[in-house]
Design a protein around this ligand. Structure first.
Ligand code: ADP
Length: 460
């Protein structure tokens, strides 16, 4: 790449800024005008993984972000490349996962002329992400990358978009003219007021049929140690959401996963930990919940509190920090949820009944195999540290119940947006981030068809 003495071009500045902000992986498809960025990124030590379709590249970038805890990058060409990648931008945003999409764009000096792949990309990306901006001069690249990464990572995580026109990628500036930017640190972990901590524990203590719901916000928050300590200490029954699975191991004796509907319907108090009352949790409303169910809600996002269902106690802030506060406050209380209660007995009976109901299907050796019979063989071969990607309709739903997760951030699926096509992009990202762990993608045939060509990757 051409670079005169003392000068640096936009591609190199972009690669350096990404490296500075902790980007380790870049998933993409190269072509005009972003080839120099992919080359520069690799020169800076960023792992570049070429994909078959921009959708998969954008899915991979967000899975890598979720798994590493830092925004990872997706690099795509202008126009149609960006349009394809918008699918991933939206999916990340709805999942509350960070990611950074970098879209090539036709040269600023050709704006409006009908340039090759010219598109109003910032306009298209804006409603689908937290932050979208065009970089108009090479010397401001570090500034915009810092702002995009910070926007994606801080507060409720989400997607960010940066538009890189051809003339900015190739534009050369004096090194001295480049404005340096600060490195984005770890997201602040804000605490809840102590009185709300005590109020939450009082409410839990007063419940007859309490239920803790562990969502993927806790997985993102890396709260597994705190949540495990909290559940062990309080002995409260808990239910994991699909991607909250593994924050607590699925085979934990306090898991009510085997009696999900019953637990939701009959609980008199639900403690929502980093999960939303959206369609996945049936909006928190009857008939899937009791009409009088009380709610304690822990969420990073204050706007989420009371959504669809009023919360009696709100704990606004970081999941790991606040569950740590709860554990601390519990040290001055004797209370734990008793070992023998009608609620525990009812749940245990329901779990046993549900297991008995599916047992014949698991044992059924007739051909063609039913879902449960397939999962019998898969589950028997899954190591405890497996990362499981589940995608499809029945394949995903039944797979969720039949393939256990034992570690946090070990299940990736269609998520809050219900996106089909995520599977192989997620699997490629998981294999890249965790090369030592087995990654198993179990997809329905339709789901596989969305991104089947991504199978052609060499192991990243
Ligand atoms: P699930 O699909 O597991 O039910 P959702 O995606 O619906 O989970 O909800 C996750 C929630 O977690 C979001 O409302 C988000 O604001 C919240 N969240 C994200 N990060 C954190 C964090 N660090 N601490 C607490 N809550 C968080």
């Amino acid at each position: 790449m051409a670079k005169s003495e003392g000068k640096v071009n936009g591609a190199t500045l972009m690669a350096r800024a990404l490296k500075q902000q902790g980007v380790q992986y870049m998933f993409g498809i190269v072509g005009f005008p972003v080839i120099p960025i992919a080359i520069a990124a690799q020169r800076e030590g960023i792992t570049y993984i070429g994909m078959r379709n921009e959708q998969s590249a954008s899915y991979a970038a967000q899975a890598a972000s979720y798994l590493t805890g830092r925004p990872q990058a997706c690099l795509v060409v202008s126009g149609p490349g960006v349009v394809h990648a918008l699918a991933g931008l939206a999916n990340a945003q709805v999942n509350c996962w960070p990611m950074l999409l970098i879209g090539g764009a036709s040269a600023i000096e050709q704006n409006g002329m009908g340039a090759f792949q010219e598109e109003r990309q910032v306009l298209l990306a804006s409603p689908l992400c937290k932050y979208a901006h065009q970089v108009e001069r090479p010397e401001r690249i570090p500034y915009y990358v810092e702002q995009a990464v910070r926007s994606a990572l801080f507060g409720r995580p989400g997607a960010a978009y940066l538009d890189m026109p051809d003339d900015v990628i190739l534009g050369e500036v004096e090194e001295a003219a480049v404005r340096p930017a600060a490195t984005v640190g770890e997201p602040p972990r804000s605490l809840a007021p102590q009185e709300n901590i005590e109020a939450a524990l009082d409410a839990l203590q007063s419940a007859k049929r309490p239920l803790v719901i562990v969502g993927k916000g806790m997985a993102w928050s890396r709260a597994e140690n705190e949540v495990r300590q909290f559940i062990e200490r309080t002995r409260l029954p808990f239910l994991a959401t699909p991607m909250g699975k593994g924050v607590m191991p699925d085979d934990h004796p306090l898991s009510v996963g085997g009696a999900r509907s019953h637990a939701l319907q009959e609980a008199d108090l639900v403690f929502l930990l980093g999960a939303r009352f959206n369609w996945i949790l049936h909006f928190g409303l009857p008939p899937r919940y009791s009409k009088d169910v009380r709610v304690i809600q822990l969420d990073l996002s204050a706007e989420e509190i009371g959504n669809n269902r009023q919360a009696e106690v709100a704990l606004v802030g970081d999941g790991k920090a606040i569950v740590g506060q709860l554990n601390q406050a519990l040290s001055s209380r004797q209370w734990f949820y008793p070992a023998e209660t009608p609620w525990r007995e009812a749940i245990a009976a329901k779990i046993a009944g549900n297991q008995a109901a599916v047992a014949p299907m698991i044992a059924d050796d007739t051909s063609p195999m039913n879902y449960y019979r397939v999962y019998r063989d898969i589950a028997a071969r899954l190591p405890r540290n497996a990362i499981i990607v589940g995608e499809g309709a029945n394949t995903m739903d039944i797979g969720r119940t039949q393939m256990p997760n034992f570690e946090p951030r070990s299940r990736l699926d269609a998520g809050s947006y219900g996106t089909m096509g995520i599977g192989l992009g997620f699997a490629v990202a998981a294999a890249a981030v965790h090369p030592g762990r087995p990654v198993i993608a179990v997809q329905g045939d339709s789901a596989f068809g969305f991104s089947g060509m991504e199978l052609s990757h060499k192991n990243p």
